[in-house]
Design a protein around this ligand. Structure first.
Ligand code: AMP
Length: 364
């Protein structure tokens, strides 16, 4: 089969790498000549809403998927009408606008932080009558890795915060004093097979994910699975989906979902019987899903800014390195490494070494 992918970054690269043993072929649409995934398939170089390239993709690919949620609505519409696109366009529509997304979660009785729509300074002032400080102002669209976000600690911050948003339609959210951040990765096929990975416990700094660890028998697993199952059903979803949540006072509050494979599930490459990438492909091809069971203890650590020296990473017991074929650039995710072991003590020692090494390379 020929699989079309919108976006040629590391997520597309890891999808393609997991598709090779299944004898799949890839055709990748990305504007950049040297995007990390394009060497792994045919490259259609151009904009995501280029009508001629979309027509070619629809005509040549058996199924199309995507590695990022900001796919232009016109592209999603065209592909829906002219080929099979998974996950469905509805998931894009909802996830690319934080306000629509939060309302969607709310309507499904999935708890979130308190939030309100804000379109000008007056509305921001008004909203802060009912949302307590501290709070976070976020642009509704095109925010990722903490970009397009400003924290408000008191009334004096209101004007500067609104100015920083440059009049972008936004939402204001109460700041959640969370005990931890977790995510759940789930997958569904058109034949309605559904599977859930063990939840990941995630550490962010500066809005960027640093470490994600697979959690065995986590007390939050059951509720996280219920939330993910409700989302999958409401979206008539096919493929891998990730739901990010805050845990506070034994409660789970959803932050956002991603209609794609997700950074917090990268440990599954070595740490699960079938990785999130393989299961995404199995799902969109309507093949039987693979087991999501964990292979012992595992975690992944991002390398941000600078490419690590492979000798240093691979000297750590049970470490595996995944480079994205990207040049080093400030705050850019350029690689990750996983640690996977059945020995808890060894796992913890290696993870600490890896975290320290990643800090040495981190320029953010
Ligand atoms: P986001 O872009 O919404 O994924 O946010 C990136 C990171 O910022 C999250 O993973 C949290 O660490 C932090 N963050 C975002 N929203 C909130 C919130 N309402 N309360 C506390 N921390 C938040």
């Amino acid at each position: 089969m020929k699989i079309g992918i919108l976006g040629g970054g590391q997520l597309a690269r890891m999808i393609a790498l997991s598709g090779y043993p299944l004898a799949q072929q890839f055709i990748i649409l990305d504007p950049s000549r040297d995007a990390g995934a394009v060497k792994l398939g045919e490259h259609l170089q151009g904009q995501y809403d280029d009508p001629a390239l979309l027509a070619e993709l629809a005509q040549r690919a058996d199924v199309v998927t995507y590695e990022f949620e900001n796919v232009p609505a016109s592209a999603a519409k065209y592909l829906t009408e002219h080929t099979v696109i998974y996950p469905p366009a509805k998931a894009l529509e909802v996830s690319q606008d934080r306000l629509i997304e939060k309302n969607f979660l709310h309507d499904l009785d999935i708890e979130t932080a308190p939030f309100a729509a804000v379109n000008n300074l007056q509305e921001l002032r008004q909203a802060m009558q009912s949302i307590a400080y501290p709070a976070i102002l976020k642009s509704r669209r095109f925010g990722y890795d903490g970009k397009g976000q400003v924290r408000l600690n008191c009334e004096n911050d209101l004007e500067a915060a609104w100015e920083a948003m440059q009049n972008a339609p936004s939402i204001i959210e109460g700041f959640v004093p969370f005990e931890r951040e977790i995510s759940i990765i789930a997958v569904r096929s058109p034949s309605n097979e559904i599977a859930f990975y063990p939840v990941s416990e995630n550490q962010h700094r500066g809005g960027i994910l640093r470490v994600a660890q697979c959690r065995h028998n986590d007390p939050a697993q059951q509720l996280a699975e219920k939330y993910a199952a409700d989302l999958i059903k409401a979206l008539d979803y096919v493929g891998v989906i990730a739901l990010e949540m805050f845990e506070v006072n034994g409660q789970l509050l959803a932050n956002e979902f991603a209609p794609r494979v997700h950074n917090s599930g990268h440990w599954s490459i070595e740490g699960a019987v079938s990785s999130q990438f393989e299961n995404h492909l199995r799902a969109i091809l309507d093949l039987p899903l693979g087991s999501t069971q964990a292979n012992g203890y595992s975690a992944m650590v991002n390398f941000i800014g600078n490419n690590p020296n492979p000798t240093q990473v691979l000297a750590i017991p049970n470490a595996h390195l995944h480079c994205y074929d990207k040049s080093s650039r400030k705050s850019r995710k350029v690689a990750h490494a996983t640690i996977c072991s059945h020995d808890k003590t060894l796992f913890e020692q290696s993870l600490q070494q890896l975290i320290q090494l990643a800090e040495d390379y981190d320029d953010s």
